[in-house]
Design a protein around this ligand. Structure first.
Ligand code: DC
Length: 244
């Protein structure tokens, strides 16, 4: 069973999904790390990120694994290498190719079938697991997303923002597995919210839907969370109200 957490880069998916998984005792699945691993492997093999014909078989043949917070490519720890800016840019390019997506979606489905997961990505609720009993679509303003990413990587906000806009456009406009909220997703705008508030809301939704047992002093009690950051059932644009 899977709780799907989708949304654009920098909306807080990884941090939120990891924390929700820990809180509920589920396994966390970072599907973006799989696309990043394909991008890294392609670079290392000298395969162009636009060469879909070569990337499909390459993606299908890769051994991608997770060990705690580590991402393993053929048994090698690539957790840092896949976060480098040039690999980040290539990941967005390799992820447009249908053969790459098919290979990775098949692996994601196989993992999810075998346990209870909180999986984050762009297409978990729409393609990987349309039957997921809880789908959350996380958004935040463009500036806030860029600020968060810059704080993580040490880059300057303006260049993160520019790269983010290019990736957002590719993610939303691609033909296969495009970034969009599922019709039945709950949209949470995390702009100005603390991690704790967002996690509490997602955990509360999971418990309301009986996906996880209620605990004593349940921090996900909906009474304890501010209602203004949730617009339930409103599939939304990943771009923000904030002017560029
Ligand atoms: O979430 P992230 O930034 O680690 O994702 C890296 C890239 O992978 C991003 O450009 C979009 C792509 N991706 C995707 O196409 N589908 C997913 N389910 C997850 C990520």
């Amino acid at each position: 069973m899977v709780i799907a957490i989708d949304g654009p880069a920098g909306a807080g998916k990884s941090t939120v999904a990891r924390a929700v998984a820990a809180e509920l005792g589920f396994t966390y699945l970072d599907s973006g790390a799989m696309y990043r691993s394909v991008a890294l492997a392609a670079r290392e093999a000298g395969v162009d990120a636009d060469d879909g014909a070569a990337l499909g078989p390459l993606a299908a043949g890769l051994e991608i694994g997770f060990d705690g917070r580590q991402v393993l490519l053929g048994g090698r720890d690539v957790s840092d290498a896949i976060r480098r800016p040039e690999v980040t840019a290539d990941a967005s390019r390799v992820s447009v190719h249908p053969a790459v997506r098919e290979a990775l979606v098949a692996r994601q489905r196989a993992l999810i079938e075998a346990g209870d997961y909180v999986a984050e990505g762009r297409d978990i609720g729409t393609v990987v697991s349309p039957e997921a009993p809880l789908k959350v679509f996380l958004t935040a303003s463009d500036e806030e997303r860029a600020r968060r990413r810059a704080a993580e990587t040490g880059e300057d906000v303006a260049s993160v923002l520019a790269a983010q806009q290019r990736r957002d456009a590719r993610d939303t406009e691609r033909e296969h597995g495009a970034l969009r909220a599922a019709d039945d997703a709950v949209e949470l705008d995390t702009t100005g919210l603390s991690l704790e508030e967002v996690v509490a809301r997602v955990v509360a939704l999971a418990r309301e839907r009986n996906l996880a047992p209620r605990s004593k002093g349940d921090p996900g009690d909906p009474e304890r969370t501010s209602p203004q950051f949730v617009r339930e059932g409103s599939p939304g644009s990943p771009s923000s109200e904030t002017p560029e």
